[in-house]
Design a protein around this ligand. Structure first.
Ligand code: ADP
Ligand code: ASP
Ligand code: MG
Length: 449
């Protein structure tokens, strides 16, 4: 039996009709059973802008963006020679109706925000269904599938968590035929639905995660992530143009890379793949014959430093109190507060009377969190920092690594260091405007030209 394949195409692979046709060719060549698509390039950003303008600006500014979104999607539809425009027109009207509602109320709840953002993927999937249908001609059936039928999530709008067991059982009911019939489903990444029928999103860049969850749901053998670079590189090629593409990387290393900021993969993408032992491939829809990167349980080589990443928009919270001295339970009290607010802490260091930890800058909008922490201790906040991380193997057991890193960094000031918790990661905090420079220097030292 052929491998069961879920192929995901990101926004850059969906930029226009030409990109869609190219991506459709890739999906056909691989006999993808399910194709998961992102919104067309830039559309999610436009929908976000639209919902902001609808709350704070005049209707004419909203109309401008709506017209822009309309023009882009209708022009792709025309290039793909879609004759019946009813479906795409219906979705474009939904963009207008929702923004009108937000404009009239001057309020955009998180629920409304998810509803409006979902339209990007809902529209692109209609267009891509046509592109793939033309590609397959009469040889295979291609159907658009509304992923909300199976992508059950909780109701944390904006960053909903998938309900794995329900997704598995709904996938069995609704998607099983793509495994056995001569049929491909084209569906939406990024979006889901609560039990009571409200649309949710999985957070920015979440289509990778959707694809992995769908691959898990249907028991796929291979998950393909098609993007605009021919695989995972030793660092973001926008920072270091000479970054090298890797043929392979382990799950643990790739997961660290994604968690610590490499935009190439959404941080949680690999969790479902690991749970179900699904092979993951990252390649470029623009150069489908290039080698690409396979993410594997183990690789032939285990270099000390394989890759590096930057995670921007970090805040450092230093929480101090003499009450910590020789007592127990203090860390528990602090982390209970983060847990109650469902806030994830990225890295932590402690001393006898203080704890320093990093969180996303946006979390600081939650004033209640800081107030609650201040009831326990003094809280100092430093913003606009970046976490720079080196990812590799045996990092916590290699003598001399620290001195090599600091020598390479020269006079870049390091605010906090995290080492020891993982064999695969060494990370430290620097001012945001120093982060790229830090990576350039480290890449030059550890990986080279
Ligand atoms: P898509 O729209 O396909 O989801 P993204 O823009 O989300 O694509 O991710 C691809 C981008 O990730 C690349 O264009 C590249 O700039 C960036 N990137 C960051 N880190 C890496 C890395 N280590 N290797 C390759 N690309 C990276
Ligand atoms: N369209 C969404 C975004 O831009 C999801 C994705 O592309 O993965 O964040
Ligand atoms: Mg992405």
């Amino acid at each position: 039996m052929e491998s069961i394949i879920v192929a995901k195409f990101g926004g850059s692979s969906m930029a226009d009709a030409t990109a869609m046709k190219r991506s459709a060719g890739v999906a056909k060549n691989h006999h993808a059973n399910i194709v998961v698509v992102s919104a067309t390039y830039g559309t999610t950003n436009k929908l976000i802008k639209l919902s902001e303008l609808a709350q704070s600006s005049d209707w004419e500014s909203c109309e401008e963006i709506i017209a822009d979104i309309r023009e882009k999607h209708l022009s792709i539809a025309k290039d793909l020679e879609i004759e019946n425009l009813e479906e795409i027109e219906g979705l474009l009207n939904e963009v207008e109706t929702l923004s009108r509602g937000i404009f009239l109320l001057r309020d955009c709840s998180l629920k409304a925000f998810d509803a409006i953002q979902s339209l990007g993927e809902r529209m692109s999937s209609v267009l891509f269904t046509r592109a793939l249908d033309v590609e397959w001609a009469d040889q295979r059936k291609v159907k658009n599938f509304d992923i909300r039928k199976i992508m059950r999530t909780d109701d944390q709008f904006g960053k909903a968590s998938p309900l794995i067991d329900e997704i598995a059982s709904l996938s069995d009911t609704h998607l099983i035929d793509c495994k056995y019939d001569n049929l491909t489903y084209v569906t939406q990444g990024f979006i889901g639905q609560t039990e009571d029928g409200h649309t949710t999103t999985l957070g920015r860049g979440g289509s990778d995660y959707s694809a992995a969850l769908i691959a898990e749901g249907i028991g796929a053998d291979i998950l393909q992530i098609w993007t605009d670079v021919a695989g995972i590189a030793t660092t973001d090629p926008r920072i270091v143009p000479s970054a090298k593409l890797m043929n392979e990387i382990t799950f643990s290393e790739a997961a660290e890379l994604a968690t610590f900021g490499a935009k190439i993969l959404h941080p949680t993408t690999l969790t479902p793949a690991l749970r179900k032992n699904i092979s993951v491939y990252v390649g470029s829809s623009y150069e489908p014959n290039a080698h690409g990167t396979w993410i594997k349980q183990s690789c032939e080589e285990s270099p000390l430093i394989r890759a590096m990443a930057i995670r921007n928009d970090q805040s450092l919270l230093t929480i101090s109190t003499p009450k910590m001295l020789h007592t127990h339970g203090f860390l528990y009290e602090i982390f209970k507060i983060f847990n109650n607010h469902k806030i994830s802490v990225d890295s932590v260091t402690t001393s006898e009377i203080s704890v320093a930890l990093t969180i996303d800058d946006s979390t600081l909008l939650n004033k209640k969190l800081i107030r609650e922490l201040e009831e326990l201790a003094t809280v100092k906040v430093e913003e606009n920092l970046s976490l720079v991380s080196l990812i590799g193997n045996n990092i916590n057991h290699t003598s001399g690594l620290g001195s090599r890193i600091f020598k390479a960094l020269g006079d870049i000031n390091v605010r906090m260091i995290c080492l020891g918790a993982s064999r695969h990661n060494f990370c430290f905090l620097v001012e945001e405007d120093q982060a790229a420079n830090a990576v350039i220097k480290l890449h030059d030292h550890f990986i080279g030209e």
